[in-house]
Design a protein around this ligand. Sequence first.
Ligand SMILES: Cc1ncc(COP(=O)(O)O)c(C=O)c1O
Length: 418
Amino acid sequence: MADVKALYSDYVKTLETYIMFRIAQETTRLTPELTKKGRAPIKLSMGAPAQRPPEFVINALTKAMETDSMHTYSSTKGEMFFLEAVAERMKKRFGVDIDPKTEVFSLIGSKEGLANMFRTIVNPTLNEKEQDIIMIPDPGYASYKEQIKVIGGYAYSIPLTRENNYMPDMEEVLAQLEKDGFSKDKVKAVVVNYPNNPLGATATLDYLKSVVEFCLKHNYLLVSDVAYADMFFGGEEAPHSIFEVEGAKDIAIEFHSFSKPYAMTGWRVGWACGNADAVSILGKLKSTVDTGVFKAIQKASAEILVSKEGDEYIEKSNKNYEIKQKIITDGFRELGWDIDSMNIPKATFYLWLPIPKKYKTSVEFCQDILEKSGIVLVPGSGFGRYGEGFFRLSFVASDDNLREVIKRMKEDGFYFDK
Ligand SMILES: Cc1ncc(COP(=O)(O)O)c(C=O)c1O
C-alpha cells in the first residue's frame, strides 16, 4: 500500500490548516441549513475588499495583454517600469527615496515575500532550544507564525495590548523573552505591522523610531509589513513607512501590497523595498523559486500606483469604509458593547471586539453566532494567544448586510453581557 503521508517532512507535519480555510469550510458545511432558516451566511471574516478594482487598472491590464512582449518571462526582480513606479510612489506617498535598481523587488503578493524573507534568515531546526527566533506581533496576521514554524524557526509573540497602547517597549519584550528561557542571541528579526491586522491599530513615528533604534542596537532585521498603509480614515495621520525614520534603511525591509488599497487581492502583486542586502538576498532566494509577476500585471499595477485615478479610488473606498465602520459601531453600541471606551480603529476595515462574557473562548462564540445567525466572524485566538477573548469583524460587506447583521444579533439574543 502506498503511503504518501509517510513521506511528509517533519516540518510540514506540524502545519495547521490556515484559519481562513477552516472558517470557509465550516461556513460551506452549514450554508444549506442556515439558508433554510433565513440566516444565509454573511461573511465578515474575510480580510479582503469586496468591491471591484479600479476600472483604470482593469483597462490598463486589458491593453497590456495586447502587447506581445508582455507575455514572456519577467525578470524575478520585476520590470524596470514597475520598479520605477514603486520608487515614485514611495517618494510621493511617504517622502522616501528608494533606488529602483537596488532597493526594490517585485512580489507575488506580500504574503509570498514575507515567507521567503523569513527563509533567508532562519537556520532550520526542529530542536526548540536551537531555533532562530523571529518576533511577531500578537495578535497579528495568522500567516507569520505558520510561515516561521514550517521553516524550523520560532515565532515569539510581541504582546499588543490596550495597556501598552499596541506599541510595546521592545527592550521590555526582549527582557521577557529572556525570562521565558530564550536567548536574545537567537533573535534574527522583528516584525512590525501597522496598521495592524486584526486590531486596526496604528503606530506613531516616534514609536517606529524606537523600534528602528532597538533593531540597530541588537542587529535584528526589521521587517515592516504595511499591507494596510493606505487604508485610513479622514482627518487621521496617514500611516507611516518605516523609512520615514532616519537610518531605517540600514536595518529594515518593508512589504507593500496592491491587494487591499486597490481591491486587487487575486492579482497577486506587491513589492519589498529597503535595505539593499536584504532585498538582494530575498531576490536571490526568489530567483530559485519563482520567475516573477506576469508582466502585464506589473504594467497595469505600475500605472495605477502613480495615477490620480488610483489615489481617487483609495480616497473613495476609505470614505465608504468609514461609513461602514459607523454603521457597525453604532449597531454594536446598541447591542451593549462599550464601544466608546474602546480604541476605534483609525485605519483598516477591521473591528476588534471582546466576546460576551458567557462564552469561555472566542472559538465557542464564533461557532455559536455562525450556527444560530449565519454571521461569519474570526475568533481572536486565530491571531495569537493574546487574541483570546476577542473576535475580528471585517466590515467589507454591503451596508444593507451590515445592518442585517445587527438585526439578526438583536433577534437571536447576541447582546454583550458585562
Ligand atoms: C497584515 C497582512 N500582511 C500581508 C497580507 C498579505 O497580503 P497579500 O499577499 O495579498 O499582499 C495580509 C493579508 O491579509 C495581511 O493582513
